[in-house]
Design a protein around this ligand. Structure first.
Ligand SMILES: Cc1cc2nc3c(=O)[nH]c(=O)nc-3n(C[C@H](O)[C@H](O)[C@H](O)COP(=O)(O)OP(=O)(O)OC[C@H]3O[C@@H](n4cnc5c(N)ncnc54)[C@H](O)[C@@H]3O)c2cc1C
Length: 362
């Protein structure tokens, strides 16, 4: 069976690595260049580890250095730094914290032998049926035919629209700044997410002592530092969190301005009930873009990759029933992803509430 994956993000690369191990001939098309993943971290929960096992990547995943260090306490602090909630320290923390580029390099290593076409945007031209293959076209008009296409083309997936499955996106009402400190930083042995009033701050220690932080604030959509007359998004984050506790401000201050990212947060307006049409499957954010409030977006994409891998194992021959396989994929994945999308939205609403008593300084 010949399989194309659109998108070389976490979901696309994991899918390619898994289904190559399941015996299919797979190629990846990525519109960006090889480069490096942006300077941010990512937390992966135990469901990601279970997915890695199904993908055949568990040994490498377990060997990969990650944060937090054993014994780190997970806490929730108030904006004044007072610990409001503390969880017992794990000898072996269940959540693994990576720099996004480390995770990407691991997935790229796992794709060794899989052709990855960088700088190659593709568009779906035909989703195929029981007799017709699916067809992709590159920007310069080259067409190729595939037994199966996995579209892992992200939150703004054009494929989702082509398949008439797009419910549109919903702005969540809040924006996130993210950064990784330029060198090791002291977190006092703590990690976690702090809630204020319509603001949150997260501290995520990485394997090499650097710290990934995120800072979330309720804002109108489309606001930028430049529009507010500020020199950089780092300055905007510093201004927004100016009255938070010193260790939070020190993490922002310890990050190079060019490395601070800002994104308004979106999810799918409604969860999808099916993830496929014809010979095309959606995976990752293309299928279930959710807000990051439960830290499950990438984990869910890894679960999609694992589901496709296990369905293809032993059935990746030229006569495979692709339609039946994708029916099973949708049934296996869509209900759980819908629950997580709704739960993330709910968590975001709760976390971003106005809490006068939790304003900085109170
Ligand atoms: C602030 C923030 C914090 C987050 N924190 C976490 C966390 O802690 N844990 C977690 O699990 N998740 C987290 N997430 C979610 C996670 O980042 C995403 O769910 C995940 O990265 C999505 O991966 P993906 O491969 O589906 O999509 P993407 O990473 O968006 O990859 C899609 C790829 O497709 C390519 N592409 C698009 N169109 C085409 C085309 N036509 N042709 C070729 N290539 C194309 C793009 O260039 C891109 O590389 C967070 C998200 C945000 C915004």
């Amino acid at each position: 069976m010949r399989i194309a994956v659109i998108g070389g993000g976490i979901a696309g690369l994991a899918t390619a690595a898994g289904i190559a191990r399941a015996g299919a001939a797979v190629e990846v098309f990525e519109r960006s260049s090889r480069g490096a993943a942006p300077g941010a971290g990512i937390s992966l929960f135990p469901n990601s580890r279970a997915a890695m096992r199904t993908l055949g990547l568990l040994d490498g995943y377990d060997r990969r250095p990650h944060g937090p260090a054993p014994g780190t306490r997970t806490v929730m602090r108030r904006p004044n730094g007072k610990v409001a909630l503390a969880f017992p320290a794990w000898a072996r923390p269940k959540v693994r914290m990576f720099h996004r580029n480390d995770l990407r390099e691991f997935l790229l290593d796992s794709c060794r032998g899989v052709p990855i076409h960088w700088d190659t945007a593709v568009a779906l031209d035909d989703d195929g049926d029981t007799v017709r293959p699916a067809v992709l076209t590159t920007a310069d008009g080259r067409q190729s035919a595939w037994d199966l296409v996995v579209a892992a083309d992200g939150v703004r997936s054009a494929t989702r629209g082509f398949l008439s499955l797009d419910p549109g996106l919903r702005y969540a009402g809040y924006t996130a700044w993210r950064g990784v400190t330029r060198g090791p930083a002291d977190t006092g042995g703590m990690a976690g997410e702090d809630w204020g009033s319509r603001q949150r701050f997260g501290t995520v220690p990485l394997a090499d002592g650097r710290v990934y932080w995120f800072a979330v604030a309720s804002k109108q959509v489309g606001r930028t530092a430049a529009a507010e007359g500020l020199g950089s998004e780092k300055e905007a984050a510093e201004q927004e969190f100016a009255s938070w506790y010193p260790a939070a401000r020190a993490l922002i201050a310890g990050t190079d301005a060019a490395e601070v990212l800002r994104h308004d947060l979106y999810d799918l307006a409604r969860p999808l009930h099916v993830f496929h049409r014809g010979r095309v499957a959606l995976a990752g954010d293309a299928a279930h873009a959710m807000t990051p409030d439960l830290g499950q977006g990438a984990g869910c994409g890894l679960e999609d990759a694992a589901a496709l891998t296990s369905l293809l194992r032993g059935t990746a021959g030229p006569d495979a029933d692709v339609g039946g396989l994708l029916e099973r994929y949708s049934r296996r994945r869509a209900p759980k992803a819908a629950r997580l999308l709704r739960a993330s939205r709910l968590m975001g609403r709760l976390a971003q509430r106005e809490r006068k008593a939790w304003r900085p300084g109170s």
